[in-house]
Design a protein around this ligand. Sequence first.
Ligand code: KIV
Length: 282
Amino acid sequence: MKRQTIFDLYEMKRRGEKISWLTSYDFPTAQFAQAAGLEMILVGDSLGMCVYGYSGTLPVTMDQCINHTEAVRRGAPGCFIVGDMPLGSYQSSDAQAVDNAIRFLKEADVDAVKLEGGIRITSRIKAITDAGVNVIGHIGLTPQSSGQLGGHKAQGRTAETAKLVVGDAIAVQDAGAKMLLVEGVPPEVTKYIWKTLDIPVMSIGAGPHCDGQLLIVSDLIGQFQAFTPKFVKKYCNMAEIVTKAMQEYVAEVKAGQFPDEHKYCYHMVQGEEEKFIALMKE
Ligand code: KIV
């Protein structure tokens, strides 16, 4: 599969073809995503919750993000892969943001990096873009600032706050971002942003009126157990499927049914068993 570029995604927007985007954190899931036809993969800092079992994304480090992104790139060489800049990797200065964005490019071969925030991070977006790295903005419900937002709450539900979200969207585009992700915002507001901006607008929990959708893979396959946001559709229940398989394994081991000696064993070469018995008697 030819590697997707930002120009392919722009072309999809021009044609009115929706872009499909999913998170992945490991090699096999990335292989499944590419085989399923996903154009984009986000190696989100949600890996903190989905892979490491933290209660949020705040403890996630650059090294963790780089390691997982490298594995995902190996699994999905043809997808447009986005590295997610974790808390502490871009807040201090434009220089810190550029250094960490370049790390993603050099060490994990990403096609873009994603940063949370609107008006207040425009200098970071500009600095990274000027350094030659594609930036995807992320506004609305931004989990890294959940302390300031009063938790993981939908944003822009009143006219006044919706205007602030739109201001963030315009600022992110003006700063040079190549794409915008809107999270946890009413569809009416996302639609307004989509009609206003030129760059592709993607949604996670922000309705259908945009250029494409993002979901967290662990939600989509029913693997993440802690909670299920309102906007998530579970396409299968991995927790149930895997637990059932493990229960069957436990039962078969305890009953001595696994492994069936005739099916799941490497047997001695013909005639060697007799020699072996004789040898052991010497
Ligand atoms: O880390 C992540 O997966 C994200 C999504 C929630 C947008 O940033």
